[in-house]
Design a protein around this ligand. Structure first.
Ligand code: GDP
Ligand code: MG
Length: 171
């Protein structure tokens, strides 16, 4: 079975841990320790083929960009997370995207951009129109998810796995 490592990056509090834990354990954790960084493992069946994902839920403060560099060097696929309830969290995604392209020396890197907390409708700050225009400008797939309701969480990792299989074909 082929194994791929994935790094989950984004500003603090956007829901990286909730998204990761929903995907790997299928539960919603309300108050996950914001300082815990953990790597999870989950088998996943996509297009009739079983693969294994190693998912690193990062917890570093974004100002420690040297740490980001280590993550980016080691990762094969990236989940860039912002909160739909916090427009400013998109800025971190924009900067991570640039860092990834610079560090990988290429723009053909498997990436999925994820807007979280779609269940918090009345707190929403980022409209779908903004997401659609960024998606076409950046040429990256975007997903609107809720870890709480389990909306579109699996779609994120399935999309990323398909990209990684294309980018890193078996020898
Ligand atoms: P992280 O710092 O990026 O890992 O963020 P966390 O996963 O710890 O989530 C930060 C806060 O947002 C916590 O209070 C979570 O319960 C909440 N949260 C995360 N995802 C969702 C979601 O999909 N819906 C709602 N309503 N709250 C969420
Ligand atoms: Mg966390």
């Amino acid at each position: 079975m082929r194994q791929f490592n994935v790094v989950v990056l984004g500003a603090g509090g956007v829901g990286k841990s909730a998204l990761t834990v929903r995907f790997v354990r299928d539960v919603f954790v309300e108050n996950y320790d914001p300082t815990i960084e953990e790597q999870y493992h989950r088998p996943i069946m996509v297009d009739g083929e079983l693969s294994s994902l190693e998912v690193l839920d990062t917890a570093g403060a974004e100002q420690f960009t040297s740490l980001n560099e280590v993550y980016i060097k080691s990762g094969r696929g990236f989940v860039l997370v912002f909160s739909l309830t916090q427009e400013v969290s998109l800025k971190e995604v924009e900067s991570l995207r640039k860092q990834i392209f610079r560090i990988k020396g290429s723009e053909s890197v498997p990436i999925v951009v994820v807007g979280t907390k779609s269940d918090l409708v009345s707190e929403r700050e980022v409209p779908t129109t903004t997401i659609e225009s960024l998606a076409s400008r950046w040429n990256l797939p975007f997903y609107e998810t809720s870890a709480k309701r389990n909306w579109h969480v699996n779609d994120v990792f399935e999309d990323l796995l398909r990209q990684m299989r294309l980018r890193y074909p078996p020898d």
